[in-house]
Design a binder for this molecule. Structure first.
Ligand SMILES: NC(=O)C1=CN([C@@H]2O[C@H](COP(=O)(O)OP(=O)(O)OC[C@H]3O[C@@H](n4cnc5c(N)ncnc54)[C@H](OP(=O)(O)O)[C@@H]3O)[C@@H](O)[C@H]2O)C=CC1
Ligand SMILES: CC(=O)N[C@@H](CCC(=O)OP(=O)(O)O)C(=O)O
Length: 348
């Protein structure tokens, strides 16, 4: 099978990671690569690590340049995807890596993003437990519109949804602190992301309940069966170009045994290729997931605090975005879900 593909935002970080993975995918044929300020440039001049695609020329991101493909991946700034997708044929599979189609509640959109609200699409985290023992992947089969997740949001949702779905942790008292690499903020110049500001320092941001991923996480936990959700979420920029280490804790439902808590995560992720619960006593490092389409989880029970502690590592650009987008597209198109995706990273 060969599906023609366009990648919009191909000059950016997420677009670059999409191209790296798509070029190795046997069923996808990259036909069009688009950009904005870099339109007209050779891809090799802006993504020099993509040697096999170096002579491709970036074209403008318009409905016309994106029309006529079987699959369109969008890696555009927030607000830009919604503008484009309204013009694409409904039979084209469109996978948006931005936030424009993630939130089901327009009030959340207004509170955390603002601007036009374009409506929610099927959420591209296949392994997420949803109600009644089901997984999000069921909803992706045959989908033609998919919203890939926010990288932090998917790390935290994957961390906690099994415990919520099994009823062993309370969703009303969650604390998540994340160490994140600056590539999550994209390639454009920002003063707080200068090397002189971040090398040798750990810098908190969006402190105090303001981060845009909070409603996205709450939405995923509600889909897993939570009623009310309360999450204190604090990201901290650390000097690693890519990667997320999310540490989340939640109160254990009184009377639940430690083995029942662990069983919730073991059962949820048994047989999953791209989400793995490490053996008891082991915890992941970001170094183990760089370039891999994998989320690694470590779980501990803090008996004294009465809390479950979940430490999750993902590469924000791979399992956190581009890998999730391609995995979800595979499911939508009826291709084997793991095609073109590896659990192996690069190290050291
Ligand atoms: N980086 C990450 O880890 C993650 C990113 N995402 C999401 O993916 C999307 C892309 O992010 P990322 O790759 O990091 O961002 P970058 O800033 O690295 O890339 C943005 C891309 O969008 C293009 N672009 C910029 N302005 C416009 C415009 N006005 N109209 C059309 N295209 C434009 C840029 O083109 P040019 O360079 O030519 O100007 C570039 O190709 C965002 O929505 C982001 O939130 C989601 C999860 C994780
Ligand atoms: C370091 C950094 O700024 N990271 C970004 C991650 C963004 C992301 O996951 O993408 P979306 O914006 O598409 O949700 C952040 O925390 O907002």
């Amino acid at each position: 099978m060969s599906f023609s593909v366009a990648v919009a935002g191909a000059s950016g970080y997420a677009g670059g990671e999409l191209l790296r993975l798509l070029d190795a995918h046997p069923d996808f044929d990259i036909r069009t690569v688009t950009a904005h300020s870099n339109a007209g440039q050779r891809l090799g001049s802006v993504q020099p690590h993509l040697r096999s695609l170096a002579d491709r020329v970036l074209v403008d991101t318009t409905p016309e340049t994106l029309t006529g493909h079987d699959v369109v991946f969008l890696a555009l700034p927030h607000g830009k995807s919604g503008e484009v997708t309204a013009h694409l044929d409904s039979s084209t599979l469109v996978v948006d890596c931005g936030a424009d189609h993630r939130l089901v509640n327009d009030e959340d959109w207004a509170a955390f993003y603002g601007g036009d609200y374009y409506g929610a699409w099927d959420y591209g985290v296949p392994e997420l437990p949803i109600e009644a023992g089901r997984k999000q992947r069921e909803r992706l089969v045959g989908a033609t519109r998919i919203a890939a997740p926010g990288c932090n949001a998917s790390a935290v949702a994957l961390s906690l949804a099994p415990g919520v779905a099994a009823g062993v942790i309370e969703a009303t008292d969650i604390v998540s602190v994340l160490a994140v690499g600056p590539s999550g903020a994209g390639k454009s110049l920002k003063l707080n992301l200068l090397a002189s500001e971040i090398l040798g320092s750990a810098n908190p941001y969006a402190v105090g309940g303001t981060h845009r991923h909070i409603p996205e996480i709450a939405q995923s936990l509600k889909a897993a069966g939570a009623g009310d959700v309360s999450i204190s979420f604090t990201p901290v920029l650390v000097p690693m170009s890519r990667g997320i280490l999310a540490t989340s804790t939640a109160r254990i439902v009184p009377g639940t045994s430690a083995s029942d808590v662990r069983a919730a995560w073991e059962d949820a992720y048994a047989g999953e290729r791209f989400v793995e619960l490490l053996p008891e006593g082991e915890f992941p490092r970001t170094a183990d997931v760089i370039g891999a389409n994998v989320a690694l989880l470590g779980l501990a029970i803090d008996e004294a605090a009465g809390r479950a502690v979940v430490v999750t590592a993902v590469d924000n650009l791979t399992k956190g975005t581009a890998g999730a987008a391609i995995q979800s597209a595979n499911i939508a198109l009826g291709i084997d879900e793991s095609t073109g995706l590896s659990v192996n990273g690069v190290a050291p």
